[in-house]
Structure formats: structure tokens, C-alpha cells
Design a protein around this ligand. Structure first.
Ligand SMILES: NC(=O)c1ccc[n+]([C@@H]2O[C@H](COP(=O)([O-])OP(=O)(O)OC[C@H]3O[C@@H](n4cnc5c(N)ncnc54)[C@H](OP(=O)(O)O)[C@@H]3O)[C@@H](O)[C@H]2O)c1
Length: 292
């Protein structure tokens, strides 16, 4: 098991991407701390994990990620019940679409508060409890970003601003904590079939083909949490490009897809635009191959 005995905390874990990450981490043996504002959804995630029949601890605690006191209390609970924390996934997020000049002021602020301040509060509250005593097993702080960085789709100005901001935050924190055995990485998904994108239609089986399932992202998080990524820091994992790699892998002839070393030239030829974002993370391609 990839994460046996590790303590992993996930924000925004009641549904969507966070829920799938939580289940995937539990399947790999991690104890899980789940937080969001809606207790029924956290309980549903917890139940799905318990139904897997794996011997891991699952702790739930509601917190509004924009309220520091609540976030602090959540992390205190996780530390009390699980012990020191190996990894945190700052995944909670929120968005709304409007033309910029019509954007409701309070909504603009709310999006920044959840997506930017929420990441800051998550790190600040987690920091005292991060297990950062082992350079061979570093603590991980992973942010769920978005393809909104760098694509900047229109009518999403607040969301785009927030997802640009967290890339900057990651870069600054990766530099600041370089000597403290904490790595900072991001997964930047394209569109995913969750309530954030498709409202109540999420999971109805009718998603457009290009839209990913939330569980399609699990390998990226698991890799970043695993010992394979102990030395990967300030990394940006663009799911678009790794999805291209997955597609090319399925079509590649044998002899060209056994590992990154033999695959890389073939991939560069087939998907030159994605190659640049993938080539730094050949280990992730190996990880994907090993799990397929
Ligand atoms: N879906 C996509 O197409 C897509 C694409 C790129 C990136 N992302 C990113 O992926 C992450 C997860 O989103 P998702 O697609 O899984 O959306 P989702 O299904 O709507 O889930 C969002 C999660 O964040 C929590 N959350 C929202 N506001 C919160 C607050 N104020 N305090 C605490 N928790 C809060 C929600 O729980 P409560 O409402 O119960 O608090 C929920 O658990 C976000 O960062 C999003 O920006 C999504």
C-alpha cells in the first residue's frame, strides 16, 4: 500500500474531486481527515470509505475554510485523533460566472476568500502539526489549482484571479520552506464532472466527453503524496497534458510504452505541445504506467 499509516487531510472532501481523493488515499492505507461545511456530505464520504472495509481511521470536522478559527479547530481535532500530519490537500474551491462589470461585489470577494484565503488558512492551521522531521519522507502540501491558470477563460475573472494567485503562493511558499522538509505542489485540472462545473447534473452519466470524471485525477494526487515524489517541489501537474500522455500511451506500440525512457521520444513526436509540461515529471508517467 502506497500510503500505509500516513495521515492525510483533505479540504473540500464532501463531494467531487476531494471525495474521490479521500477514497483513493484510504484504499492506499492512509488515515484521513475530512473537512468542508456540510456534515452530511462528510459523513457520506466517511461511510463510503468505511464500506471499503479497510482498516484506516477517518475523522470528520466541519469548517468554513474562510474562517480561520474554524480551520484551526479542525486541524487541532485531526492532530488529536490522528497524530502528526503527513500531507494536506487544499482542495476546497468555489466559483461563479458573470461578466466582469456585472460581477456581484460580494461574490467576487467570496471566491477570493475561499480559493485564496482558504489555502492560506489551511496551510497556517496545518503548519504546527505537519510532520517535517524527515528529509526522506517530507510533508506534502498540495493545492488543487485549475486550468484557469494559465488559460484565463472569460466571465470567470474572480476564479481566474484566485487560481493565478495560488500558483504565486505555491512558488513563494516552496522557496520559503525549502529547508523545512515540506514540498508544495499543485494539480491543475481541466473540466471535471462535479457540482462546481455541472451543478445537480454532476455524475448523471451524460457529461460531455472532454469532461473528466473526478476519479481520473486520483493518480496525480497519489503520486504527489507517495515516496516517488519526495523530491518534487513547486511542481505544476496540468491534467490536460497528462491526459494526452494517457491517450498516447493507449495507442503506442509495444516497445514504446513500458516506461518514460522508452516513451518520451514517441510522446514528443505525437504531442509536442504537451511534452514540455510532462517531461519534468517522467516519474509520474512511470507511476501511471505501473498502475494501468
Ligand atoms: N470541477 C471542475 O471542473 C474543476 C476544474 C478545475 C479545478 N477545480 C477545482 O477543484 C476543487 C474541488 O472542486 P470540485 O470540482 O470537486 O467542486 P465541488 O464538487 O463543488 O466541491 C467543492 C468542495 O469544496 C467545499 N467548499 C466550498 N466552499 C467552502 C467553504 N467556504 N469552506 C469549506 N469548504 C468549502 C465544498 O463543501 P461545502 O459546500 O460543504 O463547504 C465541497 O466539498 C476546487 O478547488 C476547484 O476550483 C474544479
Amino acid at each position: 500500500m502506497l500510503l500505509k499509516g500516513k495521515n492525510v487531510i483533505i479540504t473540500g472532501a464532501g463531494r467531487g474531486i476531494g471525495k474521490e481523493i479521500a477514497k483513493a488515499c484510504a484504499k492506499e492505507g492512509a488515515n484521513i481527515g475530512l473537512t468542508a461545511r456540510t456534515m452530511e456530505e462528510l459523513n457520506a464520504t466517511k461511510k463510503e470509505i468505511e464500506d471499503l472495509g479497510i482498516n484506516v481511521k477517518v475523522v470528520t470536522k466541519i469548517a468554513d475554510i474562510t474562517k480561520f478559527q474554524q480551520v484551526m479547530e479542525a486541524f487541532m481535532t485531526f492532530q488529536d485523533e490522528l497524530g502528526l500530519i503527513n500531507s494536506v490537500i487544499a482542495n476546497a474551491g468555489y466559483s461563479r460566472m458573470w461578466t466582469t462589470h456585472e460581477f456581484i461585489n460580494e461574490k467576487f470577494a467570496e471566491i477570493l476568500n475561499v480559493n485564496v484565503l482558504g489555502v492560506f488558512y489551511t496551510f497556517k492551521a496545518a503548519y504546527p502539526y505537519l510532520k517535517k522531521d524527515n528529509k526522506n519522507d517530507k510533508a506534502r502540501f498540495i493545492i488543487t489549482g485549475s486550468e484557469a491558470y494559465p488559460n484565463a477563460p472569460s466571465k470567470l475573472t474572480a476564479y481566474v484571479a484566485s487560481k493565478y494567485a495560488v500558483v504565486g503562493m505555491q512558488k513563494a511558499m516552496a522557496t520559503e520552506y525549502k529547508r523545512e522538509n515540506i514540498t508544495f505542489n499543485m494539480v491543475l485540472p481541466t473540466q471535471v464532472d462535479t457540482r462546481a462545473l455541472r451543478g445537480k447534473k454532476a455524475g448523471d452519466g451524460n457529461k460531455p466527453e472532454h469532461v473528466l470524471n473526478p476519479w481520473d485525477l486520483n493518480d496525480y494526487y497519489l503520486f504527489l503524496l507517495s515516496e516517488n515524489a519526495n523530491r518534487i517541489d513547486n511542481g505544476l501537474i496540468f491534467t490536460y497534458d497528462f491526459n494526452e500522455a494517457k491517450k498516447v500511451l493507449t495507442e503506442a506500440p509495444s516497445g514504446k510504452k513500458e516506461n518514460w525512457e522508452v516513451f518520451k521520444d514517441y510522446f514528443r513526436e505525437k504531442a509536442p505541445k504537451s511534452y514540455d509540461n510532462v517531461k519534468k515529471y517522467g516519474k509520474l508517467v512511470d507511476f501511471i504506467i505501473s498502475r494501468s
